[in-house]
Design a binder for this molecule. Structure first.
Ligand code: CTP
Length: 402
């Protein structure tokens, strides 16, 4: 297990009854070798004494941006930290973080933090299920923050359900796992195709589709953060990866994507084909802008190369290929037969029947199918979180666990 030695951590404690667990969380983090700077909201400090947390962390605890002695610079702390953990995170503080409201030391520091941010919500089950909370969680995940899942059990209200803060041991294990997977794809070369393709009709017109490229770009970023050498063959998309080490090869048409992907895959360990490739292109591309002469216009379309099938057909032992399937009916069977036909090791199924999944959304709901015929269903999540799930599955496959 990776350890937390020397990691500089900000721990934000907001006003939930679960704040009493912060004492053991601080102790466990310190024991794992981290330096811990505790920040508390005023109501967090009503639930557990700052003196307790300051004694355990061996540092002053900040509850306010300005104290009697000093100005506690949220900017400096945001830059100092290797990670920020907000645990427990109440529904109110979650909402503030989701909309960038910086009215206390934790939310102000959150906006200044350039490091990974983890959040462990704690609230009653109905609050946790409320659409506003669900949306706020997804917003935070959409910013690239990491949700430490809530537990199921008895809540302070006496009700039983989901909403308990993860146990301190689970939070520390989650952090260990995060740093462990920082380098989990080190040395691996990954090809990712993403975005739509544009098939030219004439110099100004094309046939395209509504793919944003978001899922593939999120995958490229997530794989780069795990240490992989990523080449992203990207169709026309407004998006670019955030991680500067991702190599981007911009392409327009399926033909260009096909050539680039073939070249990159020769030397790759893993190919992830997230592009929405146009199946057909106009047979003739007019050199001049087509004039509006008749009442109808006929375009003859010819089939594009199937990039996935080409790469799947020529896949060498030790190379893995992961594809996507967007289906509207008979989803599982169609996806499984697509996986076999294209020789994918895994296929990620998006169903258009799922609310919140597909081209127009920041979220996605996926099912992953492999050769073992097991059906792995995931919840609706931000595309960034979905990218992490897909990479976890690929790593499991790589490590022989699937
Ligand atoms: N794909 C590809 N090249 C193509 C078409 C698809 O690489 N010309 C890849 C996609 O990136 C995706 C997978 O193949 O990973 C499945 O794409 P999809 O469009 O669902 O499959 P099609 O073969 O086009 O089948 P359908 O008839 O359902 O459109």
């Amino acid at each position: 297990m990776a350890n937390l030695t020397g990691k500089k951590m900000l721990l934000g404690v907001t006003g939930s009854i679960a704040a009493y667990k912060s004492a053991s969380l601080v102790r466990l983090l310190i024991k794992a070798g981290a330096e811990v700077q505790v920040l508390m909201t005023k109501s967090g400090a009503d639930f557990i004494s700052p003196l307790t947390l300051s004694t355990l962390s061996k540092r002053p605890v900040y509850t306010d941006i300005t104290s009697e002695e000093s100005w506690n610079s949220h900017v400096e702390m945001g830059l100092w930290a290797d990670a920020m953990v907000v645990a427990p995170l109440t529904a109110a503080s979650l909402a503030k973080m989701a909309c960038g409201m910086s009215d206390n030391i934790i939310t102000a520091t959150y906006l200044s933090a350039r490091c990974p941010v983890f959040f462990a919500p704690a609230m009653d089950l109905d609050m946790w299920q409320h659409p506003a909370t669900r949306e706020n969680v997804r917003r935070l995940q959409g910013f690239g923050n990491h949700l430490i899942p809530v537990g199921h059990g008895e809540l302070a209200s006496g009700l039983v359900g989901e909403g308990r803060m993860a146990e301190p041991e689970e939070i520390v294990a989650y952090l260990h796992h995060f740093w462990e997977r920082q380098q989990s794809l080190a040395g691996k070369k990954i090809l990712i195709t993403a975005g739509p393709t544009y098939e030219p009709i004439d110099p100004v017109r094309f046939i395209g589709n509504r793919s944003s490229g978001k899922m593939g770009v999120a995958l490229a970023d997530a794989a780069a953060r795990r240490g992989a050498e990523v080449t992203l063959v990207l169709g026309p998309s407004r998006l670019l990866p955030r991680e500067s080490q991702v190599k981007v090869i911009p392409v327009q048409s399926a033909g260009e994507m096909h050539r680039a992907a073939q070249e990159v895959f020769k030397d790759a360990d893993i190919g992830i084909l997230a592009a929405a490739v146009a199946d057909y292109r106009p047979r003739e591309v007019s050199a001049q802008k087509i004039k509006k002469t008749g009442d109808t216009l006929r375009l003859e379309l010819v089939k594009n190369p199937d990039i996935a099938a080409t790469l799947g057909g020529g896949k060498a032992p030790g190379q893995w290929l992961v594809g996507f399937a967007l289906e509207t009916d008979n989803e599982l069977a169609n996806a499984q037969s697509k996986r076999e036909k294209k020789n994918f090791d895994l296929i990620v199924l998006n169903s258009l029947q799922d609310e919140g999944a597909g081209f127009h959304y920041d979220t996605n709901k996926i099912t992953i199918l492999g050769k073992d015929n097991k059906i792995r269903k995931f919840e609706l999540k931000s595309k960034l979180a979905v990218a992490e799930d897909i990479l976890d599955e690929i790593e499991a496959l790589w490590n022989g666990k699937i």
